[in-house]
Design a protein around this ligand. Structure first.
Ligand code: UD1
Length: 417
């Protein structure tokens, strides 16, 4: 799929099932390295980032098999932690293999991890925490080499609740000798998911879902069956897509309890969201209302991953909105293509965008530069008058199983070419 063609102006109607969560599945797959027994991870999304993680696990010696609705991993034969460049290029989440591989092999050699082009994304918090747990780092021919003679528990305080660093510390801590306490831990549901999987394997973790997590290290881990929860970001993408394009949709198995801040903004936009047994039912307003101040913050705040989709919707609101990004510095790359579609957006600085809503965007040819921004352009295409072509779709495939199929099921006139 190279490009997505959208004939805009069609209200969305119907229901779709929300796929398993990318950001939950990836660290759980990394965690399978910590046991020699087989784990079955079901509801694993079939997306490019998961396929890459699977090939990375295979290259490390894991036996991996796709089943009907998930993936079976056995890491019995893993003995070294060299990660091939081609498997990790562009995938930030390969970083969570750092903690798991240190726990399993005591040594890791890896390229500096990539990800979306949405900011600098340093790894200083990961490194300093793992150093406190007995890991030495050095740079070798442009690669990062981490080695430990034995991981030990530590009292770690994070200056910022980094999701990736929290996950890495947890992965190393379950394999370490002694207890680890993380103060200032990330509270994102994906951290909770990782802890729950590890508990199913036999780990003992207290304070799950809170700012202070305590891990008792050194317990033997077994294989486990685990179901990845639905993707709150994919659910949020379609929820905002409906508010922007109009109509009413049922998001089957959307995780209501993880989406409080998203539902709050949807309500401010005039959307009516109802919790049903099957998921979330969204009814769009005639035209979205502006949001005086939308700010991204760590969970339970509004997720940075949905900022660009919300921004796209607000270009069609009846009034002026302010969107403030506090997590990543490059998350306004979508502004340029949205302007090409006729949006009136003023960037006050790298953190704040002022959006004057107007009646309709105009279809245009635009290019996705990153995953969530790409999905946001597709939502803008649904809202726009005429035809929109979105290129750069490989970014979108990193996180959405099949965005065209999903939206077609809701009646959108959309095709991949
Ligand atoms: C982040 C998001 C997560 C999202 C994911 C994918 C937050 C808090 N995290 O997780 O919700 O699903 O991207 O887009 O919203 N940082 C450092 N040093 C470090 C690590 C991080 O300074 O060692 C900074 C980053 O530059 C960034 C912030 O901390 O400004 C958040 O980073 P982090 O939570 O680690 O990013 P991800 O784990 O990628």
């Amino acid at each position: 799929m190279d490009s997505i063609h959208i004939q805009g102006g069609v209200a969305l109607q119907g229901k779709i099932r929300i796929q398993g969560s990318k950001n939950a599945a990836l660290p759980v797959l990394a965690a399978t390295l910590l046991t020699k027994e087989t784990s079955y991870i079901c509801n694993c999304p079939r997306i490019a980032d998961v396929h890459r993680m699977v090939s990375l696990l295979k290259s490390l010696g894991c036996r991996v098999r796709w089943m009907e609705s998930g993936v079976c991993v056995n890491a019995q034969n893993v003995c070294r932690g060299d990660m091939p460049v081609e498997a990790i290029t562009g995938m930030r989440s390969s970083l969570c293999l750092l903690g798991a591989l240190l726990g399993r092999c005591g040594e890791v050699v890896m390229e500096y991890p990539g990800g979306c082009v949405i900011g600098e994304r340093p790894i200083d918090l990961h490194i300093s925490a793992l150093k406190q747990m007995g890991v030495d780092f050095c740079e070798e021919e442009g690669k990062l080499r981490a080695v430990t003679k034995g991981l030990h528990g530590a009292d770690i305080s994070l200056d910022f609740p980094s999701v990736g660093a929290t996950e890495n510390i947890i992965l190393a801590a379950v394999a370490a000798e002694g207890d680890t306490r993380i103060c200032g831990a990330a509270m994102e549901p994906e951290v909770t998911t990782l802890c729950e999987y590890l508990e199913c394997c036999g780990a003992q973790i207290d304070g799950i879902g809170t700012k202070t997590i305590r891990i008792r290290g050194g317990r033997k881990l077994y294989g486990a069956n685990y179901r990845v929860p639905s993707d709150r970001i994919v659910a949020g993408t379609y929820l905002f897509g409906c508010i922007g394009a109009g109509g009413s949709v049922l998001l089957e198995s959307a995780p209501w309890e993880q989406m409080e801040a998203v539902l709050d903004i949807a309500k401010k936009m005039g959307g009516k969201c109802t919790r049903l047994r099957e998921g979330i039912y969204v009814q769009a307003p005639v035209r979205p209302s502006p949001v005086a101040h939308l700010q991204t913050t760590p969970y339970p705040g509004f997720p940075t991953d949905l900022q660009s989709v919300a921004l796209a919707v607000l270009t069609g609101a009846c009034g002026e909105s302010c969107v403030e990004e506090t997590i990543f510095e490059n998350r306004f790359r979508i502004v340029e293509p949205l302007r090409k579609m006729g949006a009136d957006i003023r960037l006050a600085d790298s953190k704040r965008a002022y959006v004057k809503g107007r009646q309709r965007l105009q279809g245009a040819s635009v290019e996705a530069k990153e995953l969530r921004g790409g999905a946001a352009l597709v939502m803008a295409g649904l809202m726009a008058e005429g035809r929109t072509v979105v290129t750069g779709c490989s970014y979108i495939n990193r996180g959405y199983e099949n965005i065209c199929r999903d939206l077609r099921e809701l009646g959108a006139r959309i095709t991949s070419v």
